[in-house]
Design a protein around this ligand. Structure first.
Ligand code: ATP
Ligand code: MG
Length: 553
């Protein structure tokens, strides 16, 4: 996969029940080409749940050679912000998709108003003076029918006049609403004379003060879809009960002879990820995380900074499929896609943490040589690089045990290991300070074992890596755990220990790491040079994923 999504990626996209519906609509001639849309409300940053919807909508359009619009659902005048609009566009593009048109629901306010007037003229909508509480009380319950509003039988003329006065600003917020006249006894509560227009004296980022009445989502959304000629309006399951209203609006307004069809699928949920814009916004506003792009956040901005690739996310979204029932995907599965993708695309670098100094006592002082190591074991085309070797080295704290456990094959007193790309070394002495802390290890190397010479004298069980001490570069490392953990009640809560700051020594080539560049830290995991914090002199890395999967296919 390339970083842009291509039609060829989606031609053999895993089929799903939505595609079955589309196939049938194309076969019967209901539609000759298809159109989808991704309709975010610009009230926050997109998260990976939105990525699922983006991949499904844009991917479906690519698969069928159709079109997909990016449409801002900006029918709510407050809460919306240009910062969010810009982030949404950046995120959709980063995921690899290009929209046909970028549109605003608010551009359709005139048509929505005309549609409401059309309903009133047919006696299918009325202005209601009940308060919000009264409307709720009249609505009934799942087991009891609702009660009709005393304003329900106003004449068409009176309704037209009142609606015009609503528009003219003669009523305060909440004083009156326009309701569809459907059925207060409907088993579907959404059909019990739902509110379709409300008064809100608020400026809108797009339409300014032109309107003081705004359409409700259930009325606006089908009209937005119909105006754009959307054929299949894909949304999440919580809108299933709203579908009869979606269909009712399009049918009764009657402006569109071949209306779109709403199809619901299950939201994406992932373990250890809380995907609610409201919650994420609170974490940002309260400063619990560093921003919308904190690498722990499930936002697209967060996972981008964390080092996940768009290809891995697209593949993940396609492979997990499209379900009709809600479920939760194990985060390890997402990580497996990221790991699989990075495996063949990044170079390795030697980095050690909790470093221990090693002195090669039989190596001449002041001498240094270069050892050749491969950049990516899976991809020979990535070539080789040279790492310095000398008398003083750093090894990783995990690669030495003074008293080895069973099956520990790395360095311990008396044991011989291979230094990747260099020599076999044997640990002869552990030097400690007065407090008993290890200061350095005294080792000897065997010149005959130099890598590449084909030494076959004896085998060693452990291979470890190293960083030459005089050329080592100190780097900062941010090890990220999961932002959310589960408490005893099984609910997710913020894990204050989800970021651990540490540091390490890296081979000199790390100085060239550009912000946003990804590497495998050899034997440790995948890391990205943080796009915000990395400078020429200060390299800051975020952990992306570890090397081994706990996920079983
Ligand atoms: P949130 O509930 O996180 O605040 P939202 O649904 O209110 O999100 P919208 O901007 O309205 O956010 O969503 C845009 C589109 O993305 C909608 O079609 C919505 O159904 C879809 N979407 C949102 N969350 C998910 C998810 N977890 N899985 C799949 N699709 C999602
Ligand atoms: Mg929403």
């Amino acid at each position: 996969m390339s970083d842009r999504a291509k039609a060829s990626d989606y031609k053999d996209m895993r089929s799903n029940f939505i595609h079955d519906i589309i196939d049938e609509d194309l076969a019967t001639g209901k539609w000759t080409s298809i159109a989808t849309r991704f309709p975010p409300e610009p009230n926050g940053y997109l998260h990976i749940g939105h990525a699922k919807s983006i991949c499904l909508n844009f991917g479906t359009a690519l698969k069928y050679g159709g079109r997909c619009n990016l449409r801002y659902d900006d029918t709510n005048p407050i809460k919306e912000d240009m910062e969010f609009v810009n982030s949404i566009e950046q995120d959709v593009r980063w995921l690899g998709f290009d929209w046909n048109e970028r549109l605003w629901a608010s551009d359709y306010f005139d048509t929505m108003y005309e549609a409401a007037v059309a309903l009133i003229k047919q006696g299918k909508a009325f202005v209601c003076n009940l308060s919000a509480e009264e409307i709720k009380a009249y609505r009934g319950t799942l087991t009891e029918p609702g009660k009709e509003s005393p304003y329900r039988n106003r004449s068409i003329e009176e309704n037209l006049e009142l609606f015009e006065r609503m528009r003219a600003g003669e009523f305060a917020d909440g004083e009156v609403v326009l309701r569809a006249k459907i059925d207060m006894a409907s088993p579907n509560i959404n059909m019990r004379d739902p509110v379709i227009y409300r008064v809100a004296h608020a400026s809108h980022h797009n339409t300014g003060d032109k309107w003081c009445i705004y359409p409700m989502y259930d009325f606006a959304h089908p009209i937005e879809d119909a105006i754009e000629g959307i054929t299949h309006s894909i949304c999440t399951l919580e809108f299933e009960d709203h579908r009869p209203l979606y269909d009712w609006v399009l049918q009764e307004v009657g402006f569109w002879p071949n209306p779109p069809r709403q199809i619901e699928f299950a939201r994406l949920n992932i373990t250890n990820m809380l995907m609610s814009k409201r919650y994420l916004k609170r974490m940002v506003d309260e400063g619990v995380v560093s921003g919308w792009d904190d690498p722990r956040m499930p936002t697209i901005a967060g996972i981008r900074r964390r080092g996940y690739t768009p290809e891995a996310i697209r593949k993940f979204c396609d492979e997990i499929g499209v379900a009709k029932a809600n479920s939760t995907v194990d985060i390890a599965q997402l990580e497996a896609f990221v790991r699989d993708d990075l495996q063949d695309r990044v170079e390795a670098r030697n980095v050690v943490t909790n470093p221990i100094k090693v002195i090669i006592t039989n190596y001449p002082e002041g001498q240094m040589e270069l050892c050749t190591v491969e950049n990516n074991r899976n991809v020979p085309e990535f070539g080789e690089r040279e790492v310095p070797f000398g008398r003083e080295l750093w090894i990783d704290g995990d690669d030495f045990m003074e008293v080895p456990e069973k099956k520990y094959f790395r360095l311990f007193p008396g044991n011989e290991v291979r230094l990747k790309g260099a020599y076999y070394i044997t640990c002869n002495e552990v030097v400690k300070d007065e407090a008993g802390n290890i200061v350095e290890l005294h080792c000897t190397y065997d010149p005959a074992t130099r890598s590449g010479l084909g030494f076959e004298g004896r085998k060693v069980k452990g291979t470890i890596h190293f960083v030459e001490a005089t050329t080592a570069v100190k780097i900062r490392i941010r090890e990220y755990g999961y932002m959310m953990k589960y408490n005893e009640a099984g609910d997710m809560e913020f894990d204050p220990e989800s970021l651990k700051e540490t540091w390490g020594y890296a081979e000199p080539l790390i100085k060239q790491a550009a912000p946003g560049e990804r590497f495998q830290f050899f034997r440790k995991g995948y890391y990205i040079a943080d796009a915000e914090l990395t400078t020429d002199d200060d390299k800051v890395f975020n952990s992306i994923v570890n090397l081994k999967s706990s996920w079983k296919k």
